[in-house]
Write a protein that binds this ligand. Structure first.
Ligand SMILES: *Cc1c(COP(=O)(O)O)cnc(C)c1O
Length: 432
């Protein structure tokens, strides 16, 4: 069985009073001193632990299955496995990653409704039976594999208020659920429940209430058709950044009563979810280095909105990450808030209209189109906090630029907690 100490990764246990941000600055000093300038992440596993404990308090009836695609960091997967979290996988290699840290098949849901046949075969051969579907061809494909699958019917949701819509591609309309359940029955397949996803980055907690009501309808339909459904999967969509407009509690305040209404405890239905962003967004900070700079003179002096000063110059900064890497998600999530500069600006410093560009030769590779910054120099560092969701995961290697390294940190307390929970049926041993 693997343990966090046996893999090749940088983990620093933080003693009291030291925080992840201190490690970011320490790294920057060390890199700069040795003439290095590659972008890097610092990931705080303590933040992941905190998120998990928060989840268990706020959604006590819902067992989380982490959506691996959101950030497939092996260390994060190991920490979550140790915490007893299950996993939502969508491909053979995601399944293999989770298996490689010792997670048993019962803690994996294959939550892709359109599975590559050879990956499906792999899953069934390895005892991964819980899987979603939303169409007839998929049912036929699964029946053809002759494995024993426990199927979950994914239904469409109203995802109009989410950053990333999913129901345009996945999910069956309610009016199709009868036909699908009948077809599954004809094929001798077992349907054990219903799933949905309200869209990633959901900004309307009511979307969960509507989806839960629809799920109840399908459960009743299933009962009418002779199914004994006992699994409800409420998907992802939960916020993961710090200081979001809507707090996690505003979602759980809708979800918990709706669960009580449609799926009360005595219904015996097991409830799971597939959070991605929730677990990893706030744990990761990206530090990128300014590798080039261009000063563009304005014809007229541009006045600045904050009244910090005026400038007749616009500055273009080029940093060593971009939209073909960690900022791929800005297509959907919007451009990142640049949370901090490592170098503190002087009090009366002039701020300039500025833009931040990625390092590839792609003209679209712009990270922040317009912001105000004090004048920065080549070699200065920019920090993007809350940058763990759909960031490293989407690195493409375009133009030959490499994925940034990640340095992991964990507070002493969180580390002790991980060691303490290990062994309670958890696969990962985590000796310091
Ligand atoms: C992407 C995805 C998730 C995770 O969504 P978040 O909004 O990041 O929580 C969960 N389930 C499925 C099927 C997904 O495609």
């Amino acid at each position: 069985m693997n343990s966090l100490t046996h893999v090749d990764f940088n983990l620093t246990i933080l003693e009291e009073e030291v925080c992840a941000r201190d490690i970011v600055e320490k790294n920057i000093n060390e890199l700069s001193a040795s003439g290095k300038d590659d972008a890097f992440y610092v990931a705080d596993l303590g933040d992941v632990v905190k998120k998990h404990l928060h989840w268990t308090r706020a959604l006590p009836r819902v067992q989380p299955f982490y959506a691996v695609k959101c950030n497939p960091s092996r260390v994060v997967v190991m920490a979550l496995a140790t915490l007893g979290v299950g996993f939502d996988c969508a491909s053979k290699s995601e399944i293999q990653l989770v298996q490689s840290v010792g997670v048993e098949p019962g803690r994996i849901i294959y939550a892709h409704t359109c599975k590559q046949p050879s990956h499906l075969q792999y899953a069934l051969e390895h005892g991964i039976t819980m899987m979603t579907f939303d169409n007839e061809a998929e049912l036929e494909k699964i029946a053809h594999c002759h494995g024993h699958a426990k199927l979950v019917l994914r239904i469409i949701t109203d995802d109009s208020k989410s950053l990333v819509r999913l129901s345009n591609k996945f999910g069956a309309p309610l009016k199709k659920s009868r036909v699908l359940l009948e077809r599954a029955s004809e094929l001798g397949l077992e349907v054990v429940g219903v799933s949905f996803h309200v869209g990633s980055g959901c900004t309307d907690p009511q979307a969960y209430a509507h989806a839960l009501s629809d799920a109840r309808y399908v459960f009743d339909l299933g009962a009418e058709l002779g199914y004994n459904m006992n699994l409800l999967d409420i998907g992802g969509g939960f916020p993961g950044k710090e200081h979001t407009k809507l707090k996690f509690e505003e979602y759980t305040a809708v979800i918990n009563p709706a669960l009580e209404k449609y799926f009360p405890v005595n219904s015996g239905v097991k409830i799971i979810a597939e959070p991605g962003r929730y677990y990893v967004a706030s744990a990761f900070t990206l530090a990128a280095n300014i590798i080039a700079k261009n000063v563009v003179m304005q014809e007229q002096s541009a006045s600045d909105e904050n009244g910090i000063g005026t400038s007749d110059r616009t500055l273009m900064y080029y940093v060593n990450d971009g939209i073909h890497g960690s900022f791929h998600c800005s297509f959907t999530d919007g451009s990142p808030a640049l949370q901090s500069l490592v170098k503190r600006p002087k009090q009366d410093e002039l701020w300039h209209p500025s833009s931040i560009w990625g390092h590839t030769c792609d003209g679209h590779d712009c990270i922040v189109e317009r912001t105000l910054l004090p004048e920065l120099q080549i070699g200065d560092w920019l920090l993007f906090e809350n940058w763990g969701a759909y960031s490293v995961a989407a690195y493409s290697g375009f133009n030959g630029f490499q994925r940034p390294d990640t340095y992991y940190v964990v507070s002493r307390v969180a580390w002790q907690y991980l060691q303490q929970v290990h062994g309670q049926g958890m696969p990962v041993s985590m000796q310091g």
